[in-house]
Design a protein around this ligand. Structure first.
Ligand SMILES: *[C@@H]1O[C@H](CO)[C@@H](O)[C@H](O)[C@H]1NC(C)=O
Ligand SMILES: *[C@@H]1O[C@H](CO)[C@@H](O)[C@H](O)[C@H]1NC(C)=O
Ligand SMILES: *[C@@H]1O[C@H](CO)[C@@H](O)[C@H](O)[C@H]1NC(C)=O
Ligand SMILES: *[C@@H]1O[C@H](CO)[C@@H](O)[C@H](O)[C@H]1NC(C)=O
Ligand SMILES: *[C@@H]1O[C@H](CO)[C@@H](O)[C@H](O)[C@H]1NC(C)=O
Length: 949
């Protein structure tokens, strides 16, 4: 590489040397270098892969050189045209010596370098065309010296910087092309000096600022292209005075304000594009005067008001795009006329209301009609087939009601039919089968009924069928296999019954098959094994049964399988070896046999859910190789043996559920590898041994359930690392020791259950820090001693508190009066004493039984302890109480007096008031306490996402 580089370098200097030598020699002979000398120098600097400059040699007269034209007397080079010659390199160094040039066209090459200021010396230039190269740098101010320039086209280069104001000196310019560069800054006001400009192209630059008012000076302008810049401010009214304008494209800028009424002056306008700005206000109806308009796009603005543009007036219109605005009102009845030429009408995503206008059917030339995303309602017109040229009909996301008219079958050009998200009822008309060109039929999210007509299978071009979320009944058409081009079949959430037709296997293009949430029955046809393109198959929530066809094993493209909630049985062997599989969900079936270790051929498996089946045997240790595994749910089976340590190599696991099996052995310290795990449930197995301290590394845990095992030893201090933990359930084990005070760090705990163990020591004061505890705090059936810490009173959200069957002593702390959310309380079978707080007096007896020295409602009253209470009160308190009693009795006397007076007046009325304000309300509150159960949050804090199709 370096070698050739040096070689070129040497060659370059060699040529340069000879050039300078020849110039010097020429000068020595008393001659100035001629144009041909300069041109040869230029040739030497260009890379010319196809040899267009081959005849550029001293032996040939310069006027015969390729690309060069001379004056009639062959004394002057007037034109150099080397466009599309695949030239590269830079050619500027000497070109400016050829001052006779009138036309220079080097467009569509690969020329690089910048345009030098010497360019200004080519004062004879009339035409300068350099577009489509790799020229960079600024446009030099000296361009303004080229007074004779009529056409300047330098777009599609890498030119940058501001557009020089001296461009305004080129008063004879008719064509100015600066598009597709990197120019920035604003349009110079001097642009208005270009009185003869016909075409101005500024598209796709980084120009900003507002469009100058002086633009009115371009009074012969026909094409103004300024799209894809950053122009802001209003569109100047003065644009409206350029009568000659035929094409106006200001799309994709940041223009604001309204569309100038002055546009009504643009009587020659054929093309108007203002899409993707911030224009607001109404569309001026005066635009209707621009009768030559053929294409109008005002989409993606904030235009409001009604549709004021009428095809009936703009009779040359072929395309009208008003989508993505805030237009309101009806589609005007008078919109169309009989011999309309309108081909495209896009009114999507506005706020249009009213019915499908009958008169729109007059626009019989329409090919594409998009009224989606509005508030249109009423029936679809039966005469829809008047639009016989229609290929695209998008009426989705409206409120259309009624049936799909059978006349739709006459729209023989229809390719895309989007009617989803409406309120359509009725059946799919049989006539749909006549639509031979139909590719997409989307009827999802409606309320359609009846069965899927067999005739649909005549639409042999169908690629996507989506009928999700309707009320379709009956079987899937037997003949569905004739749809050879079908890619998507989505029939989820209907009431389809019967078997999956065997012919489905002949839809050989099928990639997505979603039949979930129906009443399908029978077993899977083995022909499904022919669907070699299939990538997703979801059949959950049906009544499918029998074993899986062995042919499944060859579906190498399958990525997602969800067969959950059916009655499949047999083994899962046919699903082994699918190397593209990422999600396999067989939850809640009757699969039996072992879990095949060959499942690991699906290297990219992320979700594996086999819960609620009848699987037996070991969990294959090879699963440790599934490095992408994120969700492993094998719960509710009949799995045995120990958990292999290799399993804990699946370090991306976030959900790890092995509960309700018959697993044995200990929990390995390798559990600390699972640093991503959020949900860990090993409950209801036969695990024994300690909970390893290493579990503390699983610091992202949200739910930890190890209950119903034989775990022993202490609860590790490291549970304090679980700062996100919502649920901790260690019930029904053999755990001993005290509850670690580090539990206070688990500040997100929502549910804490440690009952039925052998825990000792006191309830840690720190439990009171867990102010999110809501669902339950259950420490029952342990050996816990000491007093109930008063900090428990801080657990204001707690709904269920069970401390029963321990060795707790002392009084129930008065702070517990703050636990106003409690609806299940059990303090029974301890050694508590003293009076029961007032708040708890409505709880049943069983909440407190087995505490011999406890008194007060609902137990027997405790007079003695009450007097003890008073004796402890301070003098001030005593005085306070006396004052209060005196005051209260006075108030009561006054009220009684008042009541007696009222009775005197109207005894009936008083009796009604007192009964509703007194006992009635009391009774109501009790009801609330016992009946009300805040189930709303339960389960909500724990999000388990699922594949939905
Ligand atoms: C442009 O024209 C103005 C006024 O006619 C003159 O002063 C100026 O020098 C010119 N500049 C160039 C670069 O042509
Ligand atoms: C502009 O062109 C006209 C003829 O088309 C010519 O007479 C006039 O001199 C030109 N103006 C300039 C400034 O070159
Ligand atoms: C456009 O309108 C003009 C005048 O109204 C008419 O002469 C012309 O034929 C129309 N062009 C098309 C394509 O309809
Ligand atoms: C699977 O279920 C079918 C009925 O659905 C039954 O006939 C068959 O015996 C079952 N097979 C096994 C292995 O349980
Ligand atoms: C699990 O297997 C055992 C022994 O094979 C059997 O007795 C038991 O019924 C099975 N349990 C379930 C839920 O299938």
């Amino acid at each position: 590489m370096a070698g050739t580089y040096t070689l070129r370098f040497i060659l370059f200097f060699f040529i340069l040397f000879f050039f300078i030598l020849s110039v010097l020699l020429a000068m020595a002979r008393g001659q100035a270098p001629t144009n041909s000398d300069w041109l040869l120098k230029i040739k030497s600097e260009l890379v010319d892969p196809v040899g267009v400059l081959e005849n550029w040699s001293p032996s040939v007269h310069v006027c015969s050189w390729h690309g060069i034209s001379c004056s009639n007397d062959e004394t002057q080079i007037v034109s150099l045209n080397l466009s599309q010659s695949r030239l590269s390199g830079s050619m500027w160094s000497e070109l400016w010596h050829v001052t006779s040039l009138e036309v220079l066209d080097l467009s569509s090459n690969s020329l690089s370098g910048s345009i030098p200021s010497e360019l200004g010396q080519l004062y004879n230039l009339r035409v300068l065309i350099l577009h489509s190269n790799f020229l960079s740098g600024k446009l030099p101010a000296e361009i303004g010296l080229l007074k004779n320039l009529q056409a300047l086209r330098i777009g599609n280069n890498l030119l940058s910087g501001e557009i020089t104001p001296f461009i305004g000196n080129l008063t004879n310019l008719t064509v100015l092309g600066l598009g597709y560069c990197e120019f920035n800054g604003s349009i110079p006001v001097e642009i208005g000096n270009l009185k003869h400009l016909i075409s101005l192209n500024l598209q796709q630059n980084r120009l900003s600022g507002s469009i100058p008012d002086t633009i009115r000076g371009n009074e012969e302008l026909e094409d103004l292209l300024a799209s894809n810049n950053m122009f802001d401010g209003n569109i100047p009214d003065s644009l409206g005075s350029i009568k000659s304008l035929r094409v106006l494209n200001l799309a994709n800028n940041s223009l604001s304000g309204s569309i100038p009424v002055a546009f009504s002056g643009l009587s020659n306008l054929v093309y108007l594009n203002l899409l993707g700005n911030r224009l607001s206000g109404e569309i001026p109806p005066e635009i209707n005067q621009l009768v030559l308009l053929e294409e109008v796009d005002l989409s993606r603005n904030n235009l409001s008001g009604t549709i004021s543009l009428l095809n009936a007036q703009l009779q040359n219109l072929t395309t009208l795009v008003l989508s993505d605005n805030a237009l309101t009102g009806n589609i005007p009845n008078s919109f169309c006329f009989r011999t309309s030429n309108l081909q495209q009408l896009f009114l999507a995503r506005n706020k249009l209301s009213g019915k499908f206008p009958q008169e729109l059917l007059n626009c019989s030339s329409l090919q594409q009609l998009d009224l989606s995303g509005n508030r249109l309602e009423g029936d679809l017109p039966p005469g829809l087939d008047d639009l016989e040229h229609l290929t695209v009909l998008l009426l989705n996301n409206n409120s259309f009601t009624g049936f799909i008219p059978p006349q739709i079958g006459n729209m023989s050009n229809l390719e895309d039919l989007y009617l989803f998200d409406n309120k359509l009822t009725g059946t799919i008309p049989k006539e749909i089968g006549k639509l031979k060109k139909l590719s997409f039929i989307f009827l999802y999210d409606n309320q359609m009924t009846g069965s899927i007509p067999n005739e649909l299978t005549n639409c042999s071009n169908l690629m996507e069928i989506d009928f999700f979320g309707n009320h379709f009944i009956g079987p899937i058409p037997e003949n569905i296999g004739s749809l050879k081009n079908l890619i998507v079949l989505h029939l989820r959430q209907n009431f389809l019954w019967g078997p999956i037709p065997a012919s489905l296997g002949y839809c050989k293009s099928l990639q997505l098959l979603a039949l979930a949430d129906n009443n399908l029955s029978g077993s899977l046809p083995s022909t499904l094994g022919l669907l070699s393109e299939l990538s997703t198959i979801t059949l959950y929530n049906n009544s499918l049964e029998g074993p899986l066809p062995v042919s499944f094993f060859i579906l190498k493209r399958l990525k997602i399988i969800n067969f959950s909630n059916n009655k499949f049985n047999g083994t899962i062997l046919p699903l082994c070896g699918l190397n593209s599989l990422t999600a396999l969900d067989l939850t809640n079936n009757s699969f039996s046999g072992h879990i095949p270790s060959r499942l690991i051929n699906s290297r990219n498996l992320r979700r594996l859910r086999l819960a609620h089946n009848r699987l037996t045997g070991y969990i294959p240790s090879e699963f440790g190789q599934l490095k992408e595994l994120n969700f492993l749910d094998l719960s509710h089976n009949n799995l045995t043996g120990e958990m292999s340590p290799q399993l804990f190599n699946c370090t991306k696991l976030e959900h790890f559920l092995l509960n309700d099996n018959r697993l044995t052995g200990t929990i390995t310290p390798l559990i600390g590898n699972l640093q991503a795990v959020g949900e860990l449930d090993f409950s209801s197995n036969n695990l024994y041994g300690r909970i390893p301290a290493e579990i503390g590394s699983c610091s992202k845990l949200l739910k930890l359930s190890l209950h119903n095992n034989n775990l022993s030893g202490m609860i590790p201090l490291e549970i304090g690392n679980f700062t996100f933990l919502n649920v901790l359930n260690l019930e029904r084990n053999n755990l001993s020791g005290s509850i670690p005070s580090t539990i206070e760090k688990c500040s997100k705990l929502y549910e804490l259950k440690l009952s039925e163990n052998f825990l000792t020591g006191e309830i840690p004061q720190e439990l009171g820090e867990l102010s999110d505890l809501q669902v339950a705090l259950d420490l029952s059936k342990n050996l816990i001693s000491g007093k109930i810490p008063s900090s428990i009173g801080n657990l204001m959200k707690l709904e269920r508190l069970d401390l029963s069957s321990n060795h707790l002593i002392g009084e129930i702390p008065t702070s517990l009066e703050q636990l106003t959310s409690i609806h299940i309380l059990n303090l029974s079978d301890n050694q508590l004493q003293g009076s029961i707080p007032q708040l708890f007096s409505d709880f049943p007896l069983t909440s407190f039984k087995g505490n011999d020295e406890l008194c007060g409602r609902p137990l027997s009253t405790c007079s003695k302890s009450a007097s003890q209470e008073t004796s402890r009160l301070s003098k001030a308190a005593v005085i306070g109480i006396i004052v209060a009693i005196v005051f209260t009795s006075m108030v009561i006397c006054l009220i009684m007096l008042y009541i007696m007076l009222r009775i005197w007046c109207n005894w009936r009325k008083v009796s009604v008031i007192s009964s509703s304000d007194g006992s009635g309300n009391e009774h109501g509150r009790e009801e609330v306490k016992w009946v009300y159960r805040n189930d709303k949050n339960v389960g909500q804090y724990w999000k388990v996402d699922s594949v939905t199709f």
